[in-house]
Write a protein that binds this ligand. Structure first.
Ligand code: ATP
Ligand code: MG
Length: 563
């Protein structure tokens, strides 16, 4: 039985939990996924904007330089600019505005370096650029922005050159750009602690100095900071991208967001890298909170379901117990009906022969006294036998009398009874007997027990039966506690008779109300006391119950309606 309740408990608990946890998880997970999608989209968008913004800044820088170079070329004549003192002045004016330019040179259509102002004068003055790739490019396109290269000076630099056409000839104005300029623009994209940004050319060679790992013209690498001996990974090669690209890439085991955009006017690609841990940290926090709240929700649901299930199962248990008691009572009542029918029959049949036997035994006794048989050697044996016959007849009569207790369907009397007086009187009957075997009566009467309407002598019989049983059970040395109380809710009075006897084993508890069930030795108990008591209380509209613990004692409880 107990196992079934446990199973029921688990089934019920699981049902509640499933029905509430599934929607909870569903809602939480969908919310999280939605949040994740929106947030990632937003991050991607921000990254795209930031990359395009930096790209536009670079474009602007180049456009401004080119415009400035054209201005210089068109506001001064070729003759003026090939004069190095004049060119120095022009360069100083250009240089004063910004630190952009490192040197300036004028080259004719044959590639000759006609004039030069800058730190590499000795090295470059005599150089002919005719076979340099950039020289041909500028002649072909009119404008040329180079990648970073070493050139004659053997240091990384890049140049902007514009071709100017006069009436008769064409010449080239060339400047070297301070690398720091582009670096500064790109570095503005280093926002987070782990973000990086740099520019590569079409050969995937670095055109700006990245924040982590790599130098000009090298292949970009990024160090993995997790281990002490850091490992350098190459970045994915973005050199060939055509349009803006923003994506999360798991590259060489390193997970990162990348935005790559092509810089106009050049074959450069600007790359911005962001660490997902950093850029998605609000999302991560959101995830922790969600896990926390889901956990909290689950705990609350789990405990709530457990508490609720406990209450429910306890109620079911109680109902089951009540049902069991009720069916026990029904069984007992049926037994009683069957018994009372049988008892009536037996009593009727056996009473007459018993009367005859008793009469004849009495007659024999009288005769034995009268006759001279007293002198007979067997006189005492005759006498004893007749006595025994009389004893057994008396006993049989008692049984019959008790049996008739069932059979008699007397209407119970309706009289006002003060239950405490009744108990005092009844215990009074047994006081001497009890004192003799050192059994004490303890009374604990309730204050507000009302007068009830019932059958006094029948209740007295029941109490007497129970007290006799208790005395028999204790044997000697013990206590019988008689207590009463009133249940306002059910309008019943309760009488408890508790003894300190040996108690009744569990296996016998449901038999003690059966007629003829006795543990007393043959001839001592009829086993009818409790069953009669039971039927009396039942007839009076009350209930009788027993609780017992082996080694501690037994409590009989009688509940009687007030009316
Ligand atoms: N207070 C008690 N403590 C322990 N056992 C009890 C107690 N009351 C009843 N019993 C058990 O219940 C049995 C049935 O009791 P019941 O009063 O019906 O018959 P009895 O006492 O044996 O016989 P009778 O009542 O005719 O003397 C007893 O034999 C005894 O085993
Ligand atoms: Mg008895």
């Amino acid at each position: 039985m107990e196992r079934n309740y446990r199973k029921l408990w688990w089934q019920h608990w699981l049902a509640i939990v499933c029905f509430s946890v599934v929607p909870l998880l569903f809602v939480n997970i969908s919310l999280y996924l939605l949040f994740d999608r929106i947030y990632t989209e937003k991050v991607t968008e921000t990254l795209r904007n930031s990359a395009e913004n930096r790209r536009d800044a670079i474009d602007l820088f180049f456009n401004e330089r080119i415009a400035q170079l054209y201005t210089v070329a068109n506001t001064n004549t070729f003759e003026q600019l090939t004069d190095e003192t004049y060119l120095t002045r022009v360069f100083e004016i250009m240089h004063a505005k910004s630190n952009t330019y490192m040197d300036i040179g004028i080259i004719d259509s044959e590639g000759r370096h006609l004039s030069y102002v800058g730190p590499f004068y000795e090295l470059l003055k005599q150089v002919n650029y005719k076979n340099e790739p950039w020289f041909n490019a500028v002649r072909a396109n009119g404008i040329f922005i180079s990648d970073i290269f070493m050139g004659y000076r053997k240091v990384p630099h890049f140049i902007i050159a514009v071709m100017v056409r006069d009436k008769s000839s064409s010449w080239i104005l060339r400047v070297t750009i301070n690398l720091k300029n582009i670096d500064d623009i790109v570095q503005k994209a280093w926002i987070g602690k782990l973000s990086d940004a740099f520019v590569v050319n079409s050969e995937n060679a670095l055109q700006t100095k990245p924040r982590f790992g790599g130098d000009y013209l090298e292949t970009p690498t990024f160090p993995e900071f997790v281990s002490d001996s850091f490992k350098a990974h190459s970045y994915p090669d973005f050199s060939s991208i055509a349009t803006t690209r923003v994506e999360r890439i798991d590259y060489d085991g390193v997970d990162a967001f990348f935005a790559a955009v092509r810089v106009h006017n050049t074959k450069w690609v600007l790359v911005i890298k962001e660490s997902p841990d950093e850029i998605l940290s609000p999302l991560l926090k959101g995830k922790y909170w969600m896990v926390f709240f889901t956990g909290l929700g689950l705990t609350i649901i789990g405990t709530g379901a457990a508490l609720f299930t406990n209450t429910l199962i306890n109620r079911i248990k109680e109902t089951d117990r009540e049902n069991a008691t009720n069916s026990d009572m029904l069984l007992q009542a049926n037994k009683m009906i069957a018994l009372s029918k049988m008892a009536a029959g037996i009593a009727h049949e056996v009473n007459n022969p018993l009367a005859a036997i008793a009469e004849k035994a009495g007659w024999m006794k009288d005769l034995l006294a009268e006759e001279d048989i007293a002198a007979s050697p067997n006189f005492s044996e005759f006498n004893e036998s007749v006595d025994k016959i009389e004893q057994h007849v008396a006993r049989a009569r008692k049984i019959i009398h008790n049996l008739l207790g069932f059979a008699r369907r007397m209407e119970p009397a309706k009289e006002k009874i003060n239950i405490h007086n009744l108990l005092e009187e009844t215990t009074g009957f047994l006081e001497n007997e009890a004192r003799y075997v050192n059994i004490r009566f303890v009374k604990e009467y309730g204050d507000n027990v009302p007068v009830i309407t019932s059958d006094l002598s029948q209740i007295q019989q029941v109490v007497l039966n129970l007290l006799n049983n208790a005395i028999d059970a204790i044997g000697h040395d013990g206590t019988i506690t008689v207590s009463t109380c009133y249940h306002q809710k059910t309008d019943e009075i309760e009488i408890d008779l508790a003894d300190t006897g040996p108690g009744i084993p569990e296996s016998e508890l449901n038999k003690i109300f059966d007629p003829f069930f006795t543990t007393k030795e043959v001839g001592k108990g009829t086993g009818l006391g409790l069953s009669i008591s039971y039927s009396i209380i039942e007839k009076l509209g009350g209930k009788i119950r027993v609780q017992s613990k082996v080694g501690e004692g037994t409590v009989f409880t009688i509940l009687l309606p007030k009316h």
